[in-house]
Every structure is written in C-alpha cells, then in structure tokens.
Design a protein around this ligand. Structure first.
Ligand SMILES: Nc1ncnc2c1ncn2[C@@H]1O[C@H](COP(=O)(O)OP(=O)(O)O)[C@@H](O)[C@H]1O
Ligand SMILES: [Mg+2]
Length: 307
C-alpha cells in the first residue's frame, strides 16, 4: 500500500457546547445550553480527514488511549477514509479531550492533553512511514517528545525521497521554544497561521515574519483567516484572497486549508493554484459546526472557481 500523505499528530474528540452562559456559572447548579456536539478534533485528525475527502490516499498515526474517546477517534477517522492502522493505543494514559464552550463568536477552549505528549517518532511503524510520499506533522507544542525527535526524523524522511510539512499550531505555554527552528529547517512546507508565524519568527510584521521563516523552511504558507493566505518561496511573497464565506464555525479552517494545500501541491499544481485550492477548502470548511462536517470534495472545492 502506498499513501500520498501520512499525517502524524494530534487526535481528540471535541465536545462543543453552544449558548453557554457568561460568566461560566460554577456553584454546582445545573444549567441548560442551546446545543451540544461531539466532533472530530485535533489538527492532525482534521487535516487527515480533509485530505481523504479530497481524494488523497491518507493515513493518520498518533496516540490515543484504550478508552471510549480513543475508539471514537479511530472509528471516525476510518469512516472518513483515513487509514489508522499505524495508531498507537496507549494502555495506561487516556485520550486527549477538548471542551469548547461557545457564546456567539467567542469561545473558551479547554484541552486535556492526555496521551498526546507521549508520542515519539519511534512509535511510528517504519514501513508505514516508508510507504508515504509526504509526511505532515501537526501541533508541535502539544507533543514535546515528537518535537524533540522531529529534526532528525524529518531529515531521514527527506533523505529517503519523501517530503515533509509542519503546522506547529499554537503554543499554549506561550514559550515558542527555540528548538522549533531545527524542525522548521527540515520542513519542505511550513503552515502556520498569522499569529503563529509572528511568534515563530519573533517579529511583529507578517511580511517580515514570512520572509524570515522562508530562509529556513523550503516554503512558508501563512494562513490569514478572512484575509486569505500568503506564501514565500525564494524571498518574495505570493498572496491569495480568501474565498468568500459566511462562517458558521471556523474551527479547523486552518487544518482543512492544510489538506487543500497538500492536495494541490502533491497533485502537481503550482504554488498559486495550490494556495487557491487551500483557501477554498478553508472557507468551505466553515459552513458547518466542527472541523470535518463541511470539508469539501475536490469537485466542490474546484466548484468555487479556483483552478
Ligand atoms: N471567515 C473566513 N472567510 C473565508 N475564508 C476563511 C475564513 N476563515 C478562515 N478562512 C480560510 O481558512 C484559512 C485558515 O484559517 P485561519 O483562521 O487563518 O487558520 P487557523 O484555523 O489555523 O487559525 C484561511 O487562510 C482562509 O483561507
Ligand atoms: Mg491552525
């Protein structure tokens, strides 16, 4: 079996409650809310689902617990066409879980990392890694052991002829440790959002940050929400506007964008066309609550007029 894409990273259920009273009422009285959903969460899991939906032969490898949350994640990924045979089931540590408390546009996001921080590159089946044309790693700062392994592991993957990408996502500790630079230097594509690009570069201007990061990573793609995206290769920026959307929920937009970009790039599209496809996938993913419910097929994404 050959995979176009192996995603390595975070997978956890998201429990999303909407219409949550503010301030959050502690005090042991029961309150009713407007809505609740159990959805596929974790940047890596959402990216993998988006890629499979776009038609890439996709595998996901990460760590889940031997519990109901872990079984939910494995079956939800498999239902969406993602191969999960390389996932590690941790017998002793629970699956990560995120609770999202939403009130209109604003939300509190509370994550228990569970077994995510225990993932190591050595957990991953070498045969699975060797079977992938491209390896994408998500959520660097939630997985410190994998993070420590990443520069050498990415370098080995590249030596074997495959390519690599990294979406660090946010650093909940706000520390943005210097070690990430060595991982970025082994990434063929770096996919931060704007705030993350600024923090990674230690700069306060996105154009300067993208340019600085592109001296290290092969290609830098910065996601800018409703302002679209901008990429750097060879020093000069290439911007694409957002595909217009009336978002219901932007959770996972960046991960769906990643899937679109990788589908374009691995499919042989040029940089501009890959960015347009990514922007369409990010925008379309906002049509429904949760990260995966509204992820587009390739036909739907191309139907927005991107080529
Ligand atoms: N409100 C929006 N309208 C249209 N496109 C959007 C919107 N929000 C996000 N997107 C698309 O999704 C991409 C990723 O969203 P962004 O919020 O920047 O990333 P992240 O989810 O990682 O924070 C954007 O670059 C854009 O193409
Ligand atoms: Mg993101």
């Amino acid at each position: 079996m050959t995979f176009d894409l192996l995603v390595v990273g975070d997978a956890n259920p998201d429990v999303v409650l909407t219409g949550v009273p503010r301030p959050i009422p502690f005090g042991q009285r029961e309150r009713l809310v407007d809505g609740a959903a159990l959805t596929v969460g974790g940047s890596g899991a959402i990216t993998a689902c988006g890629a499979a939906r776009l038609g890439l032969r996709t595998a996901f490898a990460g760590r889940v617990g031997a519990d109901a949350a872990g079984r939910y994640m494995l079956s939800a990924l498999a239902e969406r066409g993602v191969d999960v045979s390389g996932c590690v089931v941790d017998p002793a540590t629970p699956t990560a879980l995120t609770v999202v408390l939403a009130d209109g546009e604003d939300r509190a996001i509370l994550t228990f990392p569970g077994c995510l921080p225990l993932l190591r590159a050595g957990d991953l089946d070498p045969a699975l890694v060797a079977a992938a044309r491209h390896v994408h790693v998500s959520s660097y700062f939630l997985q410190p052991r994998l993070a420590a392994d990443l520069p050498d592991w990415f370098a080995a993957i590249r030596r074997s002829g495959a390519t690599t990408s990294l979406d660090t996502n946010d650093d909940p500790a706000g520390a943005w440790d210097g070690g990430v630079g060595a991982a970025i230097a082994q990434a063929d594509v770096l996919l931060p959002n704007e705030a993350e690009a600024l923090a990674l570069a230690g700069l306060d201007d996105v154009l300067a940050a993208g340019k600085a990061l592109a001296t290290s990573a092969g290609l830098v793609v910065v996601k800018r929400g409703a302002a679209g995206a901008v990429a750097w290769r060879d020093g000069s920026p290439l911007s694409v506007p957002a595909v217009p959307a009336r978002p219901v929920d932007t959770v996972g937009a960046g991960d769906s964008f990643n899937a679109g970009f990788l589908a374009g790039w691995l499919g042989g599209r040029d940089l501009a066309a890959s960015l347009r496809l990514a922007a369409a996938c990010g925008a379309l993913s906002t049509r429904a609550a949760g990260g995966t419910a509204a992820q587009p097929t390739m036909a739907e994404a191309l139907g927005t007029g991107v080529d």
